[in-house]
Design a protein around this ligand. Structure first.
Ligand code: UT7
Length: 325
């Protein structure tokens, strides 16, 4: 039985030029390189320059993904941007990216699921491609968290960074089995009872301001491993694979301890986890495509590999995707 699968055609990533080390932050708030490294695995983050926006980074990552795929903007008929830091409240930053790429057909919109945004955006694009509404989607995660951080709050400002990553997915006819290339299983979850555990204390309809990131870190941590395990377990069950079948585990890059904890609980080989959080901290919706870009560029992820993505973030939202590369 044939079926349409969303197959990854290209990957791109972009990090702003300015690198801010843990030592530099120790001059700003009461923290230390030792504390940040031991508690999170983060060593440095990249911060946007003046005038550099979520759309600016998204366009660069998108162009890199197009080049990787050997495609042009004309080949794209859907753009889904995952971001919690749009250029403006509206219009969607995806339409700015669409215009800057010179695309005047198809559709573009933003998806907001904070750190789970990329998983939600890719699952959304997958459904549109499988439903034959569109043929090729550009799925981007781009964030300028540096602009919504309280730079006097050591609980949050040391954890986040800016960046963008993008993938191109294409609808392709496959044979409908688990040996197909493309997205094989998805699982998305949210539970708004936890919305005050990780949030921004402002917004258009509440304060009329943008606000700053606030987080009950230990509480997020407490839920992370079990929620990640739940959705990963679900995608494995849907597909009939075991944890030992996974070639590469590419998690949302928030905290090295969470990634290792989830991998341990799931019985995943630690050598198969792609970890980039040391290089760019938590870039929210951008972290998974940035990690994918790293692991594709350095030759770890190859066509045919079974790749598992997962994320958990504000809302709470959490989700996982299983892809045959
Ligand atoms: O991507 C979205 C999901 N977000 C996450 O996954 C984040 C989840 N949470 C975490 O990663 C961890 O909870 C943190 C890294 C945020 C914090 O680590 P923790 O081991 O949970 O530390 P804690 O919050 O329990 O704080 C321990 C101590 C406290 O001091 P006292 O009360 O023990 O004296 C904090 O005030 O560490 C202190 N602290 C810091 N010290 C130095 C908090 N932030 C810092 C800091 N530098 N930056």
């Amino acid at each position: 039985m044939s079926s349409i699968r969303s197959v990854i055609r290209g990957v791109g990533g972009y990090l702003p030029a300015r690198v801010v080390t843990n030592e530099e932050l120790a001059g700003l708030v009461d923290t230390s390189d030792e504390w940040i490294t031991a508690r999170t695995g983060i060593r440095e983050r990249h911060i946007v320059a003046e005038g550099e926006l979520t759309s600016t980074m998204g366009v660069i990552a998108a162009k890199a993904a197009l080049a990787d795929a050997g495609l042009t903007p004309d080949d794209i008929d859907l753009i889904v941007l995952a971001t919690s830091t749009p250029d403006q409240t509206f219009p969607a930053t995806a339409v700015t990216i669409q215009a800057e790429l010179g695309i005047t057909h198809g559709a573009a919109f933003d998806v907001q699921a904070v750190c789970s945004g990329f998983v939600f955006a890719l699952a959304t694009a997958d459904n549109f491609l499988k439903g034959s509404t569109f043929k090729r989607a550009l799925v981007i995660g781009s964030e300028t968290f540096s602009r919504i951080l309280d730079w006097e709050d050591r609980n949050t400002c040391v954890l986040f960074g800016d960046g963008a990553g993008a993938v191109i997915v294409e609808a392709q006819d496959q044979n409908g089995s688990m040996s197909d290339r493309g997205i094989l299983a998805t699982c998305l979850r949210s539970d708004g009872r936890y919305r005050d555990k990780l949030y921004v204390d402002g917004g258009p309809s509440s304060t009329g301001t943008v606000g700053h990131v606030r987080m009950d870190g230990p509480e997020v941590f407490r839920h992370a491993v079990s929620k990640i395990s739940e959705v990963v377990g679900n995608t494995l069950k849907q597909s009939g694979f075991q944890a030992s079948d996974i070639d590469w585990f590419v998690p949302h890059q928030a905290n090295r301890r969470i990634l290792n904890g989830a991998a341990r609980k799931l019985g995943l080989d630690p050598g198969r986890i792609v970890i980039t959080v040391d290089k760019h901290a938590n870039t929210s919706a951008a972290s998974i495509p940035l990690a994918l870009h790293t692991a594709c560029t350095d030759g770890r992820i190859k066509p045919g590999d079974l790749v598992l993505l997962e994320a958990m973030g504000g809302g709470f939202t959490w989700g996982a995707l299983l892809i045959r590369w």
